[in-house]
Ligand binder design. Structure first.
Ligand code: URA
Length: 437
């Protein structure tokens, strides 16, 4: 196989064989194929695309580039959930303990945040002592005894994707459907769960800005997972404004604890219940969606979900007393109200700008190695469709540095769109994608 010939063929719109794709990923992971040739291939894929078979082969080649986790020590079906990323997305923190309390085996691999979207691991590290660097034995033991455990992705999980993703990031080749689907699914398949439910975000704060593109991405990922023998489905959810009210690590954890106490924001709970119902159905723990939702509501109202969350935090070394007293979380030194300059209705809140405001405060990571300030963030007081008076508070910015607060304030001001007409409320759940039979 000559990489030159493969690039030439893809440039002409021809497809690559299974063996060629495997060789290419193997060679690139090992460093035999140089970045300049792989960059050319990525750009050719961006222009010519890949068919379904090629996309599947690419995913499997990246899955097989490293370790595949063996979760056979866990009794019963293992379930995982993946979100394509958004602002204020604390869904996992609420959903995982509910499902764990309902008898599901939640074996979750998570990442840290990069850029304007936060990562679940960073949020959980708001609990002093909490660690995701647990051994495989401990991970399996916790899933068996508690019902859930969360580990950070090991360096050897789909290393081919890791290398390719870094190259895509600097060659303007991230936003290609087959490359995104293959990248996400290679990691999910290597992580070893039997059930995978995908939360594909759509809107201004998402990777995919249109419903058409989100649907295509969801269908591609569900097809890949199903072909690989997994029980998979996807829910397309709204990310045209931040999810819930809180954005920023400890502020989001506090909102998640409120949700587990029965006081969760409506939009967040809609997403939690839709994803959870799907997971309970795929795991054969509920006969239909209504029963599944009722099980989850009862679990929250009885306090079992919150107790499960505290048990999970403690099992991974965290200070569980914070679950029962959220005043303990570190607070930012200053808070600044951002007020509306006009009367009207909130017609939109650009999620990406709110995420950037959090970054400006120091609450996000610019580089993979960067550190973050867990106490800073934004709490929205007004969401889309709400009426607002001139001078009324739109959001509160929490920060530790007055210059950074000023920059965040400017971002929040430009994120809010105020108009004279109340916009129609959009449904949170846009579509569900099930396997094509
Ligand atoms: N997340 C990933 O893991 N890969 C992509 O390509 C995009 C989002």
């Amino acid at each position: 196989m000559r990489m030159y010939d493969l690039i030439q063929r893809k440039k002409e719109g021809k497809s690559l064989s299974t063996e060629e794709i495997r060789e290419m990923i193997r060679g690139y992971t090992k460093g035999v194929i140089p970045d300049y040739q792989m960059s050319a291939m990525l750009m050719a894929i961006c222009f010519q695309g890949m068919d379904d078979r090629e996309t599947y082969d690419l995913t499997m080649a990246m899955r097989d580039s490293g370790e595949i986790l063996d979760l056979s020590g866990i009794y019963g079906l293992k379930a995982d959930k993946h979100s394509t990323g958004g602002v204020g997305d604390k869904t996992t923190l609420v959903l995982a303990p509910i499902l764990g309390a309902l008898g599901l085996k939640v074996a979750k691999m998570s990442g840290r945040g990069l850029g304007f979207t936060g990562g679940t691991i960073d949020k959980l590290e708001c609990f002093p002592g909490f660690s995701t660097a647990i051994s495989m034995e401990q991970f399996i033991k916790n899933v068996n005894s508690i019902g859930l455990a969360l580990a950070g992705q090991t360096a050897n999980l789909a290393p081919g994707d890791k290398k390719l993703y870094a190259l895509r990031d600097v060659t303007a080749t991230v936003d290609q459907m087959s490359l995104i689907a293959g990248s996400i699914m290679s990691k999910k398949l290597a992580a070893g769960s039997d059930i995978i439910v995908l939360d594909v975000k759509t809107g201004s704060g998402a990777f995919m800005k249109t419903l058409k593109d989100s649907k295509k991405l969801a269908e591609t990922m569900v097809d890949i997972g199903t072909r690989a023998g997994k029980r998979v489905s996807a829910i397309i959810t709204d990310m045209d404004q931040p999810l819930g009210y809180a954005v920023g690590n400890s502020l989001e954890v506090i909102e998640a604890i409120e949700a587990l106490s029965g006081g969760g924001p409506k939009d967040l709970m809609e997403v939690v219940y839709a994803l959870g119902a799907e997971m309970l159905l795929l795991a054969e723990k509920a006969e239909n969606l209504d029963i599944a939702e009722k099980m989850m509501v009862d679990c929250v109202e009885s306090g079992r979900a919150k107790e499960k969350f505290a048990e999970f935090i403690l099992a991974q070394g965290g200070e569980d007393s914070y679950v029962w007293d959220t005043e303990k979380f570190p607070k930012a030194a200053y808070e600044k109200e951002v007020c509306s300059k006009e009367k009207g209705f909130v017609t939109g809140i650009e999620a990406e700008r709110v995420g950037n405001a959090c970054m400006a405060l120091g609450g996000g990571r610019e580089t993979k190695e960067g550190s973050i300030d867990l106490s800073v963030g934004i709490v929205l007081k007004k969401k889309k469709s709400m009426a607002v008076e001139k001078g009324e508070v739109l959001a509160v910015v929490y920060g530790n540095d007055s210059e950074k607060i000023k920059r965040a304030e400017a971002q929040i001001c430009s994120a809010y769109k105020i108009g004279g007409t109340k916009p129609a409320e959009e449904p949170m759940i846009k579509l569900k994608i099930s396997p094509r039979i």
